[in-house]
Design a protein. Sequence first.
Length: 225
Amino acid sequence: MTGEKLGDIYRRLLDAFGPQRWWPGETPFEVAVGAVLTQNTNWGNVEKAIHNLKEANALCSLAMDRMSNERLAELVRPSGYFNVKAVRLKALVSFIVSGYQGNVTRMKDTGTAALREKLLAINGIGPETADSILLYALEKPVFVIDAYTKRILARHGIAPAMADYSRLQGLFHENLEPDVKLYNEFHALIVKTGKTFCRPRAPLCRACPLSDGANNFSSDGANRA
């Protein structure tokens, strides 16, 4: 039943929005950096920080590894929490340089589960950031769970609102084929839906592609059922 519901959600969103072609980034390293920078901010701010890094010729692991925390923080300032993010980026870069000679693509040779554990051990890298790196930078079949996913699954009765990250991820892993392209597109469509319709307050349920007159929400976010 859960697999059917997820499949229905995916088909509806794909029909409504079309392919999203995520993640925006020219290289796996840029995608990995973006996964850290996007913490607690919107993508527009991340793009400004990425632009600064490119202008400074700093969007590569070796250059970033040699850079001072202060200089890196100044470059990523548009992304917010820039001092914290500079420390986190330096930790990630140190991991890539020391373990993979600064080449992100070499990380693909490490098994998914083992690599995920290594990423989670890095300062400031939580499950969502680690899984974004695994899926979007390294093309490993790991579904990314974020606030949009939690909200949509809860509002459509697929998972409890308080379900933890692991449980929600398990719903996708257990009911969908381990397909990188599918996971990529599905997560991107969920983000699109969350931003456009399934807002924390005043969700636009009537216009949402997932609306069918059942289990809908009123304008103040209360379940009608």
